[in-house]
Design a protein around this ligand. Structure first.
Ligand code: NAG
Ligand code: NAG
Length: 597
């Protein structure tokens, strides 16, 4: 067909009397879409009937309508091709509201895909392989990640091995004080968002299980012989091995100038694959650890220093604060220096911001102190995981919660949470993290923190907790405990996952409590799940019911989270509702909507 037209379009049927019935026709065309495919000619009545049988959802396509399409401009390249075709321009009048330039060829009408895409919120791309062009059309852009077959409290969390939390722009950096992400979401200056910290921990934990043990090179084990490979910046630099009684380990005692302009005790590298550095050190002067990396042709230095500034930069020097009060104490530091450089470059101190052809040039240790266990590895997933778990232990308040210290406006002026709110999702994801840390380490500290996190589930939203009630019958654990209640679906289910994990390991009174809270939640979920089913997709929350406004449709990536969660629930709970619903919701992603009357 007329590829020379250059612009991608789809076909419309022409009704002899009325101009276009494109809404109806698009649905039919979806079934057999190709670059310039045809739909058979038919009259309008018949089209409606036939399509109903095939698709069962014709008039619902209007739900995809995007008002922004109002401002649609005809692309400049929409010039008619010659070649004796009977094709000519025709105006498409859209719902008597506005017009779009289309093409007509005999009884077919072609609408520009760029218009269709905006108007119906659908997606399409031309794919070229071995010289063959084809047009791939899809209803959704998102993908369902299938959770593991067996759900275990020490297993991979959902499919979080695919997550990379820290690479997101809204993560300012991973702190060098506690090794957890700082979020700039909802507050540009940054705050510690427990959900993000849990997801950071759970993603590294899951990656570790999937990837297996990292490749590790030991640069210092505490033995004198290691020092042969280290360079001394001056004759005043000293280093020797000695036994440290507090750590029951041979360590290296060192002394160099504190000044950042000296290279201290330095290990040179030309590393292109491994960017995870871990070390144990204690300093009694204002020392520092520096990683030097070359990106493109420029060398950047990442300095870990005793300051309280989380991250800062000066030209091609990037600083991470270890915390001023940590001098004189043993510190275990685990850094992904690649990520640290990325976050440093995002501060825009240097004109050179490209991450290209990265080489890890070396590591420097300066000041006066002791160092041990310096390693270079492909990843330090378990260190990051325990940093997250330890953050939850160290920052849990007396109510067993992790208050979120920024304002959250779910719906401006109607559903707002002032700083200090708790989130059932944060409590639940913290539990999933802490239960894994307990099973991995055997330390009861983690189990206790997970158990203490239960308390907030029993406090109502109105009293500063997270428990809402639907129709005075069903308990619901709120991701955002607003008044009126918001009933956010995905956050509630994540909280149930945390309760489920804790239920597998708790004992005595804690087991009783968690079982009761979990069972109440599952009962509510089964009763309320289908309230989120729109027939073509899902709702993110129930604001249309509690506030009486337009529903908040879940965008495709939340819709796919809903599906993954149902798949996981189908493995946890013996009820066909979850699998049946998951399958239907997956069908919606292919435009297979529910039937209508
Ligand atoms: C180095 O690692 C070993 C093994 O994990 C540990 O026993 C030792 O205490 C560590 N050294 C220091 C100084 O923390
Ligand atoms: C320690 O060194 C860092 C980096 O050189 C500097 O920012 C900080 O002010 C110093 N602290 C003290 C107490 O000298």
């Amino acid at each position: 067909m007329k590829k020379s037209l250059g612009s991608c379009a789809t076909i419309m049927r022409v009704n002899p009397r009325r101009a276009f019935v494109f809404l109806i026709v698009l649905c039919t065309c979806i079934l057999s879409f190709s670059f310039w495919s045809r739909c058979p000619l038919n009259d309008q009545q018949q089209t409606v009937r036939e399509s109903s049988e095939v698709q069962g959802s014709l008039d619902q396509s209007v739900h995809f309508r995007n008002r922004n399409a109002n401002n649609y401009d005809v692309p400049a390249e929409m010039e008619m091709a010659g070649g004796g075709s009977s094709m000519h321009e025709i105006t498409c009048e859209i719902n008597h509201e506005y017009s779009v330039q289309c093409r007509r060829e005999e009884n077919e009408v072609y609408m520009p895909f760029s218009f269709i895409k905006k108007y119906f919120e659908v997606y399409g791309e031309i794919q070229v392989s071995e010289g063959d062009e084809k047009f791939e059309f899809s209803h959704s852009y998102s993908e369902v990640h299938v959770p593991p077959e067996v759900i275990r409290p020490d297993g991979i969390f959902m499919s979080f091995e695919h997550y990379n939390v820290e690479i997101r722009k809204r993560v300012k950096c991973i702190t060098a004080t506690e090794g957890v992400p700082v979020s700039t979401q909802w507050e540009a200056s940054g705050h510690f968002y427990p959900i993000q910290i849990a997801q950071f921990g759970l993603s590294h934990y899951s990656k570790h299980l999937v990837e297996g043990k990292p490749t590790v090179t030991r640069l210092i084990t505490g033995n004198d012989l290691d020092l042969d490979l280290w360079a001394y910046s001056s004759s005043k630099t000293t280093a020797r091995s000695l036994f440290d009684r507090t750590r029951q380990s041979d360590v290296i005692q060192f002394k160099t100038s504190d000044s950042l302009s000296n290279t201290g005790l330095q290990y040179e590298l030309k590393e292109k694959n491994n960017f995870a550095v871990t070390l144990d050190f204690k300093m009694i002067s204002n020392g520092s650890v520096t990683a030097s990396l070359k990106s493109d042709t420029y060398t950047f230095h990442i300095h870990y220093v005793f300051s309280n500034t989380l991250i800062s930069c000066d030209g091609r020097n990037i600083f991470f604060g270890l915390g001023e009060n940590r001098r004189g104490k043993w510190i275990h530091l685990a850094r992904d220096v690649n990520m640290d450089l990325l976050k440093g470059l995002a501060l825009k101190c240097s004109k050179h911001r490209k991450m290209k052809d990265l080489t890890f040039l070396g590591l420097s240790i300066r000041g006066q102190g002791w160092v041990d266990n310096v390693t270079l590895a492909s990843a330090a997933h378990m260190d990051h995981f325990f940093d997250a778990a330890n953050w939850f232990v160290n920052h849990q308040d007396s109510r067993g919660g992790w208050p979120i210290k920024v304002t959250r406006k779910l719906l401006s002026g109607v559903m707002e949470l002032p700083p200090g709110w708790y989130s059932a999702m944060a409590q639940g994801q913290a539990m999933s993290t802490l239960v894994r840390a307990y099973l991995r380490s055997g330390s009861k500290v983690y189990l206790q923190a997970a158990t203490d996190a239960l308390k907030i589930f029993e406090i109502s939203s109105a009293q500063g907790g997270v428990k809402a009630r639907f129709a005075n019958s069903y308990d619901w654990y709120e991701e955002y405990p607003t008044t009126p209640s918001s009933f956010v679906l995905n956050g509630f289910i994540f909280s149930l996952f945390g309760l489920y994990d804790l239920k597998q390991v708790a004992e005595g009174q804690a087991l009783e409590t968690v079982t009761r809270i979990y069972n109440e939640g599952i009962k509510s979920l089964k009763a309320m799940l289908l309230m989120y089913d729109s027939g073509t997709g899902t709702f993110y929350d129930l604001r249309h019911i509690t506030v009486g406004i337009a529903p908040n449709r879940a965008r495709w990536d939340y819709h796919t989270v809903h599906i993954s969660q149902l798949l996981q629930l189908s493995r946890m709970e013996d009820d066909p509702l979850f699998m049946r619903t998951a399958k239907r919701w997956q069908d919606y992603m292919q435009g297979k909507w529910s039937t209508h009357n």
